[in-house]
Design a protein around this ligand. Structure first.
Ligand code: ZN
Length: 54
């Protein structure tokens, strides 16, 4: 169901190109079973969120 609300529909979902890129690469790493890479990208995501989405 799609409900229209004034304001933000998803408060905790920042969508910029870098967010999606990191998220995508992390998902790919998980699919390949590359946990080290996934953890590294999670850290990268955290750093990006602090800088780009305060
Ligand atoms: Zn972002």
């Amino acid at each position: 169901m799609m409900t229209k609300r004034t304001g933000e529909p998803t408060p905790r979902r920042p969508r910029c190109d870098e967010c999606w890129d990191i998220k995508r690469r992390r998902a790919q790493a998980l699919e390949r079973g590359d946990l080290q890479r996934a953890v590294s990208l999670t850290g990268e995501m955290g750093a990006h969120l602090r800088v780009a989405h305060p």
